[in-house]
Design a protein. Structure first.
Length: 201
């Protein structure tokens, strides 16, 4: 009886795991655009320091996205399909670099890229906190990311967790997710504000 219970438990767990990988594949294939709000919690490698920020996220495949941080500091990250722009309102400074150099195996590529399984190896993870998790391992050896996980509630993207090369952990929790809604093209165009410095990389 115990063996049967264990087998059933493993079977159910296996099904849940497969669902998370399928949910990510479906998200990559079926969701062409979207909007969401997010809260980001960054935890230092020793786990003692935390920074919380929040904002909104919009994307349009392929390779167009906009992260707009509102609190505690204003910052905008925009990809227009050719370049990625980062603007810091406090410094009134922007930087840009070619998309191919900036995107690679990054969280943004996972959310807005056009070829998920070319850049990542997908592996199911145990369910945790009411979410089904899938790990996306970057195929590029030079990636600055140690690990990257996405959490799904059913088919809806709910969270993303990133551990960088220094052991710093970033968790994004998404809310008010709207899939396949129209997003105005000008949301993915960056206009340098008056008087701002531009650093091109």
């Amino acid at each position: 009886m115990k063996k049967l219970l264990l087998s059933l438990t493993l079977l159910v767990a296996g099904a849940a795991h497969a669902d998370a990988v399928d949910a990510l594949r479906d998200f990559g294939r079926e969701v062409k655009s979207g909007k969401a709000n997010f809260t980001q919690t960054v935890t230092s490698p020793d786990g003692k320091r935390k920074k919380v920020s929040s904002g909104s996220f919009e994307f349009q495949r392929p390779n167009r996205f906009r992260f707009a941080y509102a609190k505690p500091f204003e910052q905008v990250i925009v990809a227009d399909g050719q370049k990625v722009w980062i603007y810091d309102a406090d410094l009134n400074q922007a930087s840009s670099r070619k998309l191919a150099d900036a995107l690679g195996a990054t969280p943004a590529a996972l959310l807005a890229g056009s070829n998920l399984e070319r850049d990542f190896t997908l592996k199911a993870q145990p369910s945790d906190g009411g979410l089904d998790w899938v790990q996306a391992l970057p195929k590029q050896a030079e990636s600055t990311i140690q690990s990257l996980k996405l959490g799904f509630k059913g088919k809806e993207l709910a969270a993303m967790e990133i551990v960088d090369g220094f052991g710093q952990r970033s968790r994004l929790d998404f809310s008010a997710v709207q899939a396949n809604v129209p997003v105005a093209a000008d949301r993915f165009q960056f206009k340098l504000p008056a008087g701002a410095d531009l650093i091109e990389q």
